[in-house]
Design a protein around this ligand. Sequence first.
Ligand code: C2O
Ligand code: CU
Length: 554
Amino acid sequence: MELTRRDALKLGLMGVGSLFSPFGDVQPGLAATGQCMSHAHSDPPVLQPLQFSPQIDQFQRPFQRLQLLPAQAVGANLDGYTISLRKTNVNILPDKQTEVWSFNDLLPGPLIRQRKGRPSVVRLINLLQDETGQSIDSSIHLHGMASLPQYDGYAEDLIPYNHYKDYYYPNDKATTLWYHDHAIGHTSRNVYMGLAGMYIVDYEADDFYNPQDRDLLPQGDYEIPMIIQDKRFNPEGRLIFNDNAQRGTYGDVMLVNGVPWPRLEVSNRKYRFRILNGGTSRVLRLGVQVQHDTKVEPLDLIVVASDAGLLSEPIYTKTLQLGVAERYEVIIDFSKYAGKEVFLVNPILPSNGDGDLRTTRILCFQVGSGTQDNPPLPQRLGVLTPIDTLRAEVKGPTRTFRFDRNGNRWVINGNVWDVNRIDARVDPCATEIWRFVNGGGGWVHPVHVHLGHFRLLSRNRALLQPYEQGMKDTFYVGEFETVEMIGRFGPHEGKYMMHCHNLVHEDHDMMTQFEVGHQGCDPCSAPAKPLPAPPTYDAPPCIPPQECSLSPGG
Ligand code: C2O
Ligand code: CU
């Protein structure tokens, strides 16, 4: 079902309003309050009107695979990539160009696919400036990588316009990662405008309990990365960034790999999807459905990996929740649906606060027929450290972090971001339990801890889903929830950020930092340098070896 303008009028969603684009020009037009389906709360004090995007026919445009960025070998054991940040026009709406802030002119950015254990260097060249010629500073974080602090995209470690920085990555863990802007105070705008891309470190046989099982997961044509994002457009096709009085930014157009509501032709067999919620604020609760004459049949989503690696066994579920920045690898078996249309769906969630029914379906799989080849899935997948082993390593007390709205600010333990304050000092490789508390108020917080890979221990108001009990770096903390996670903090020393990944909350200033060890960042600064960049990459860092991994088998 789709919400038409007339439906919206009936529901009382419409009003006449205006709103500001990120660049200050006022856009008149029809508007919905964006708050109607959400339960009442006192904040924000001023409801900013939202504007519907121009109508787009759903499930017409072909699905687009992410474009692979080929590696250049720059050393016997180092792969190099170069990515420029620049404005470019892309075709998202019919007959309209939309300006985005891109990595290499692509939305989303190019896919990097890296072999495990082989280090990489990614040169980021910033060519972004605003209309007045001011630099649009950026800092790039590879979300999920245990990077050295100087290559972790620290929010204040910025690349100005006309500068570049070489980021080094160890690639020591196979999983689905993503790289995105992390500029202090502007991450939500910059990611929304396009600065996000996927980065995969491929599995090796030794990631699997049974090494030969690696080849049983669908791969090649049958392995498809998907970045799901919601955006909003004005009648001319410009992206509207409206952070809705700091609550969040919610689009009414669902994009997969930059294409609105695409149609993907699949064979009648198993596929593996690497799904990233790459939006700004929206929580996804995905399902897969086929419509029979009168009834809807839900299909299984078979989850095989989470943010930071393989689960121990495939988990069957009908719904899969992803807060912003969460990633799951999911198998969908289309073998029984030859000739059918199968939909990737996403119900309205009160916490998204938008009530726009156009976001309830995302993508249509058009299932072909005639395939015989559909190998079974492995029974076992990766090897996870037993939780009891981790618990036995814990020496210090549990640390508690409260995520609240306080006055007009988003705070952690009452504080906003301060580059000079450190809220937790952690011994190198120490195993700790951290507790995240959401006091409620009509919002959720997907909490991301840099550097480490952790495991969920408990959630007070809801059962832990089996699929979220693998390795993770981002933890959905629902309203009134208390969530506990455990993990080893390493292998590097230095200052690392922790923040809410509703990027609007992060920018306003729900972010803090912890420090592992005592080395600080003195020996490890790697500032951006002015262009032109030399043809060779900067010298790689020496990475002190330390063993405190959580897997495989570790
Ligand atoms: Cu995905 Cu600190 O970010
Ligand atoms: Cu938040």
